[in-house]
Design a binder for this molecule. Structure first.
Ligand code: 6R9
Length: 575
């Protein structure tokens, strides 16, 4: 396909922070961004200071740092208050003897207290480990054991899922709840301690390469990996906040991700606050009406969410959109999974906004391949590498492939927010860097002749049917264009003749019933609208598809079902 024929949404944002992508790629220099931070004069730094205190002391004291809301709470917290409360929590930890380099985990639902705890931990130089609130005991155990955490911040209702007795190094359990009466040995009452703690704190000034955060992420097999990041990541968080999120002084920014997922910290905590924006956090479960209400109520201008949410909003229909005033929105972004062209088209129609896809990983710490307000969007493409980095498609021997060839998506090393280790597992870390000069992502993609990158699937998910390599994403994207299809997960099912055949698991939209006619109609739709070889030969309807808590369809679970094999580590599965 030549690029002229490719569907394009033209750039419209003339006053974006990044005015010319091409020029920035030629002239950009990370050392310019570094000058923005304290270390430039002192040699020492602290992420939480740069994100909060600097603004609290620099004229934004009374600006709202956080608009928090859920079904029962509505609170606006200023930068000055955020500074004071995170200082208090830093003091609470210090009084317990916790300090630089110690691992402190957070295992609780979103709330203002979660953010005080996260920032306070960082302020004393400890390493924070955020967990999804819904983790079960085994998932909590694996992570606390591997990291040898000394403390966990949690709630009374989640406490039964913290296997304290099995974790000898876990000395302190800090409980966030009301009227805690009887505390067992090692338990600490968050609210009582915060009430008497000083709001002045001597910040732990650290080196750029000192530990910041440990994000556990599930591999397809084996135990979760502890992806280790350092304070230096702030360079990338700040910069991508400017050029990708396009944050400006008056923005009200909402990232819908939970801090248990890297998106909820890099872009739910660090990037917005490093840029001095007002941040919105909505607690509780996803509901279309609540989400639109959040945009309307806080007049959200920049909105960062995930394909799974956009697909659910699309399923909820245009009338739901019309019931709210979403006119404050000026910039919308997506991450976590491939963003189907149909979703981009719908978003343009329903919100009048181009949804900007962004690609990155827990391991990369920050955004790497993105669409920018000042760049044309090709629906279905992840975009182009951020200035200051380079990406390529390489073969299994590390050779760079020409345009339009499917292969391993790789990033040229290094970049500021790159992981610095897999905790306790140097061998695993080295695997990512097996070709000198490259980080190998494990994703399969191709680059078109104009430098746009197109995701195909995880390398393990690519299907080989009758000699043709088919990325599951393109088939799924075609499937969801069918009016009956809400979500689709596509896998290769072993077949004696074709090697693999394409099998689609499909969740139907409301109002549609499973039937053989519908299966045939859907298969025909892909065959005629996309390609005969990519049409599913088998379709199975499901009420729901298995997804991670960050909304990724778990194709490997579909495949394990299909083959009757064990499903591997399921600690991050949603239900
Ligand atoms: C931030 C985050 C990383 C994996 C990644 C890829 C998938 C993320 C994507 C995307 C297609 C995008 N992924 N963004 N695939 N298009 N824009 O998601 O981190 O949870 O570690 O997942 O997610 O497969 O390798 P993480």
């Amino acid at each position: 396909m030549s690029s002229e024929q490719k569907e394009t949404l033209r750039a419209t944002a003339a006053n974006a922070n990044l005015t010319s992508y091409e020029e920035a790629r030629r002239t950009f220099d990370w050392s310019e961004v570094e000058k923005h931070f304290t270390w430039h004069s002192t040699g020492k730094v602290n992420m939480a200071y740069e994100a909060i205190d600097r603004h609290a002391e620099g004229g934004l004291a009374d600006k709202v740092a956080l608009h928090y809301s859920d079904a029962t709470r509505l609170e606006a917290i200023t930068y000055a208050q955020m500074k004071a409360n995170s200082n208090k929590f830093g003091n609470v930890l210090r009084q317990l003897g916790i300090g630089k380099g110690d691992r402190v985990f957070i295992f609780m639902p979103r709330s203002p207290e979660l953010y005080y705890a996260l920032l306070g931990t960082i302020k004393i130089g400890a390493i924070v480990g955020p967990l999804f609130e819904a983790f079960m005991e085994q998932a909590v155990r694996d992570r606390l054991e591997d990291s040898q955490a000394v403390a966990i911040v949690t709630t009374p209702s989640q406490l039964p899922r913290v296997p304290v007795a099995d974790l000898p190094h876990l000395k302190h359990v800090i409980l966030v709840g009301d009227d805690l009466l009887q505390l067992a040995a090692g338990q600490v009452d968050f609210k009582a301690e915060m009430a008497q703690a000083s709001d002045e704190l001597a910040i732990e000034w650290v080196d750029r390469e000192d530990g910041l955060i440990l994000h556990y992420t599930s591999g397809s097999t084996g135990k979760p990996k502890g992806v280790f990041h350092v304070h230096n990541a702030m360079i990338q968080h700040y910069y991508t906040g400017r050029i990708v999120l396009d944050l400006k002084e008056d923005d009200v920014y909402w990232c819908t991700a939970d801090p248990g997922w890297v998106t909820g910290t890099s872009y739910g905590v660090f990037a917005p606050w490093l840029n001095g924006a007002t941040n919105v956090v909505r607690g509780g479960r996803f509901k279309p009406q609540d989400w639109y209400d959040t945009i309307e109520r806080f007049k959200v201008t920049v909105w960062y969410s995930a394909p799974t949410s956009f697909r659910m909003l699309m399923s909820a229909g245009d009338d739901t959109v019309k019931a709210f005033d979403l006119s404050s929105l000026r910039h919308v972004l997506s991450v976590g999974e491939p963003l189907n062209p149909e979703v981009v088209r719908w978003g343009f129609k329903a919100y009048g906004q181009r949804i900007h896809d962004t690609w990155w990983m827990t391991e990369t710490g920050g955004q790497l391949i993105c669409n920018y307000p000042s760049m044309d969007i090709r629906p279905g493409s992840m975009g182009k590498p951020i200035p200051g980095t380079d990406a390529a498609i390489i073969d299994d021997n590390g050779n760079v492939l020409p345009p339009n060839r499917m292969g391993n998506l790789a990033i040229k090393t290094p970049w500021p927010s790159m992981m610095r280790a897999i905790w306790n597992n140097p061998a695993k870390y080295e695997e990512y860097f097996r070709f000198p000069g490259w980080y190998v992502s494990g994703d399969s993609a191709y680059m078109d002749e104009d430098g746009y990158f197109w995701f195909q699937g995880r390398v393990d998910d690519v299907i080989n049917t009758a000699g043709e390599r088919v990325g599951p994403f393109e088939v799924e994207s075609k499937l969801i264009e069918h009016p009956a299809v809400a979500e689709a997960g596509v896998i290769g099912k072993p077949d004696p003749i074709r090697g693999e055949i394409i099998k689609a698991y499909i969740a139907l939209r409301e109002g549609f019933e499973p039937s053989d006619e519908l299966k045939a109609d859907i298969a025909k739709f892909v065959k005629e609208g996309f390609a005969a070889h990519a049409a599913p030969r088998e379709i199975e309807f499901k009420d729901k598809l298995p997804k991670t808590r960050s909304g990724k369809i778990m194709r490997r679970v579909l495949k394990a079902w299909e083959l009757g094999l064990p499903t591997g580590d399921l600690s991050t599965i949603e239900d």
